[in-house]
Design a binder for this molecule. Sequence first.
Ligand SMILES: NCCCNCCCCCS
Ligand SMILES: [Zn+2]
Length: 548
Amino acid sequence: VNMGTALIYDEEMTRYKLLWVDPACKIEVPERLVVSYGALVENGLADRCVSIPVREATDADILLVHSEEYLEAVKKTPYMTLEELKEFTLQYGDVYFHPNIYHCAKLALGATLQLVDNVMTGKVRNGLALVRPPGHHSMRSAASGFCIFNNVAIAAQYVKQKYGVKRVLIVDWDIHHGQGVQYSFEDDPSVLYFSWHRYEHQKFWPNLRESDFDVVGKEKGAGSTINVPWNKVKMQNSDYLSIFFHVLLPVAYEFSPDLVLVCAGFDSAIGDPEGEMCATPDIFAHLTHLLMNLAGGKLCAVLEGGYNLKSLAQSVCQTVHSLLGDPAPRPANLEGPCNSALESLQCVRSAHRKYWSCLKHAGSLKYTLIVNVLSFSTIRENFIKDADDKDAVTLSSLIALVDKMEKNEVVLTRDLLYSNLFFYISVLSQGCSDASGFIQAVLGLLLPLGYEYDPSLVLLVQTPGSGICDSVWQQLTGLLQGLAQGHILVLMQRTCIDPTCSSLLGDAAPSLGQLHAAPPEDVEAVENLRQRLKADWKLLQTTDEPDD
Ligand SMILES: NCCCNCCCCCS
Ligand SMILES: [Zn+2]
């Protein structure tokens, strides 16, 4: 059942701004919230959300991450003169203070905690906190990068303490490295921090060595920090999706979080002066959708950066559309990751190979993933001779088609593809009852293929006796709704009706629990098929060696 999407916003958070000249800070303006909230209202999205009031964070909330000295110092800022504020600001980097910023920082944190409370108590399924000042750069005893209190880091500690949450996933899709979050959890295996960020071999702010791919966490936390450096600008949708398919999602499903927190910065979108990337706002509909079947759908997105007012507003709307369960727009002209992205992808995967079984490859072939791709014209010619309306592909003809297609195995190659085709997937598995192997096949093979095909319809067929359990089937049905604007047709046996219908109605799939290593033969099956197919399908690539 879908308990709805929370939207947490208060215009008080627009009431602070830069009071002096500082080129590094002039982009962080109140209008960021005004245009974001305004766009949600204009697009009728605000009305579809559950409006939850903000609250002021308490000292106890703040002290979950920050030191008493730091809090005491910040408490003095409302009473400072302009000169004293300037002086106080000098000790930190790329941040500014204002008489009202402490109040707004408490509201931003309070808004975040209201969101996690309402999600954790089941009042809503997911939500967005539209806040400023942002949080992911602030550290235990220092403000940084426009951030005063680390909203998301505090939220993670808060839910562990208040709700006994065992595992929290933090996805930081902001274009800057949230070093404040990383420092809070580097030795904590219960919080998995994922961040991609413009890096340019440490030449981009905050210019930290510890933002690189080989910094993976310390002691017990080894493996629970995932850093993906972008060493070039102009990264596109394909680059972002590749990292999700081949790094974040496999690890996230293996980790199986109880809650997903998103450092939702939109400076990673096209037009942003900081990121200088080329990913379009609609990609955030997909990034959100791809995370929504984790943690039983419990997802809290908290605004971080985003400095191009136009793309910020659009990206915020795309995110809320997905949170509300609206189908994501078809991802236009995906062309596969660029070499720089592939290099980062390869580096991150090898740095984490020893911590996450999903990133290993080994073993021998066990089950066959038969992927049949036929264009409507092929269908008409071969299977639907008698259809009176030549263009009608009726359900009965599809069922007839499916029966016939079960027999032939077609390894897809590019020349098979026409426009307006649909994507027929049948997973024939001799005894592949293993959720882990199957999910890794879905994430590392099926989704990249599907996104690159960009079909107009997905036909999902449950092969009799495929041994796929309900919750895995629901994950598959849920994830595939990111394709074809959610136009999915499922042909199945009676047994699977309920779980399938709940997924088609937009309910989040139940968590699969922590995934152990997939049987080597399953892994090899996917790996072999991926090797065979990746010459034709760029989104399947994970390294820049053509035949790695
Ligand atoms: N060109 C201005 C330099 C700004 N550097 C700090 C950026 C903080 C972003 C927070 S999401
Ligand atoms: Zn940022």
